[in-house]
Design a protein around this ligand. Structure first.
Ligand code: SAM
Length: 352
């Protein structure tokens, strides 16, 4: 997500100083900080009017529980800085501590908004060590904000264990909603939105990608994936081979100057990006649900072929039956036919 805050259309505000130290010094400063005995006051609480229901609800949603801190999951822009919400900014300004993935990336964002806060890096490589530190601050009544490099934290970004443990410890957890690339791609895709499955990043290797696609082939929902530009054409082709040539959309550079949504079938899109070369920027891929009935037969064969390439007929049938919900006996019979076709094809080649 590096650089995703650059190239904005919104005019930068005067830069404030942001306290970004190297990760180690922030961690040790945080770990040795004296914990406060009384919870911090939420800015705005004292002046909050009590006669308007909506204002009261808003205030309640952002006010820390007395005696315990609060954890705010704060969404940040995925490109256009104008997308940060007023509540998100209020929360960040009022936070005692901001946990982020990369303090350089978040430091730039906070500096843009003139927010000067102590940052602590919380990412996949130090989460076990830092989570207890964050929980201690929360238990002492502090207000901790969790942000990711961009978008909604926890969505293919760290945080769910922190939420789980904070909630279990009786700490108030709230979210300051905002931009998220998968949802924005879905609503722009023109594909059904009533049911969708977000599957995160597609695997790097083609065989693993095909396996994931086989597992998802029977899911009656739109599918959302993250993908990188260099692998896009190949991934679209793999998905087309395994899922059938379904309608799809490639959403790119969302909220940025060169935002683009290209719609077509998986194989049309694969051909386009194979010919045009990898596009620039960040990408979300959305694939429509399977068409009822007709695609199922095609999907079954595709899923079985992928499984048969790696395992015995029996195991392939068991895997595909479990993933598709189809009867095991029916799937086994088809797996046997496909395996026989393949072996007689191989034999013919050998004899030729
Ligand atoms: N938590 C983030 C969110 O809610 O959007 C997603 C984080 S995930 C680690 C990063 C991936 O999101 C990128 O590799 C890309 O696939 C997608 N992404 C992020 N920003 C994007 C944008 N502006 N346009 C398209 N895709 C984007």
């Amino acid at each position: 997500m590096k650089g995703s805050h650059s190239g904005q259309r919104s005019k930068p505000r005067p830069a404030g100083k942001t306290a970004v130290a190297d990760d180690e010094s922030v961690i040790s400063a945080v770990a040795s900080a004296t914990l406060r005995e009384t919870p911090g006051e939420t800015p705005g609480d004292k002046s909050a009017p009590h006669d308007a229901a909506v204002t009261e609800t808003e205030a309640a949603a952002t006010r820390p529980v007395a005696g315990a801190g609060s954890l705010g999951l704060v969404a940040t822009p995925i490109g256009n800085l104008g997308d940060i919400s007023a509540r998100a900014l209020d929360w960040l300004r009022a936070a005692d501590l901001i946990a982020c993935e990369d303090s350089r990336v978040s430091g730039r964002l906070l500096q843009h908004f003139g927010i000067d806060k102590k940052l602590i890096a919380y990412h996949d490589h130090n989460a076990e060590e830092i989570r207890p530190v964050l929980l201690r601050h929360l238990a002492a009544g502090e207000r901790v904000a969790l942000i990711s490099d961009a978008g909604t934290p926890l969505i293919s970004d760290p945080g769910y264990k922190l939420v789980r443990e904070a909630a279990a410890a009786g700490i108030k957890v709230t979210a300051l909603p905002g931009p998220s690339a998968p949802l924005m791609a879905l609503i722009l895709s023109g594909l059904p939105t009533d049911r969708f499955l977000f599957a995160g990043f597609l695997p790097v290797k083609s065989a693993a990608r095909r396996q994931v696609a086989a597992e998802l082939a029977a899911v009656p929902a739109s599918l959302i994936f993250f993908e990188t530009a260099p692998r896009l054409a190949e991934s679209l082709a793999d998905l087309g081979a395994m899922l059938g040539d379904r309608p799809a959309a490639v959403a790119r550079e969302l909220t940025k100057l060169y935002e683009e949504v290209r719609r077509g079938t998986l194989l049309e899109l694969a051909a386009h990006y194979r010919d045009a070369g990898p596009p620039r920027g960040e990408i979300v891929l959305v694939v429509g649900p399977p068409a009822p009935e007709t695609d199922i037969a095609f999907d079954l064969d595709a899923a079985l072929r992928a499984a048969l390439a790696k395992m015995s007929v029996k195991d392939a049938a068991a895997l595909v039956a479990a993933n598709s919900g189809l009867k095991r006996r029916q799937v086994y019979a088809r797996a046997l036919e496909l395996a026989q076709q393949t072996s007689s094809g191989d034999q013919a080649e050998d004899e030729a």
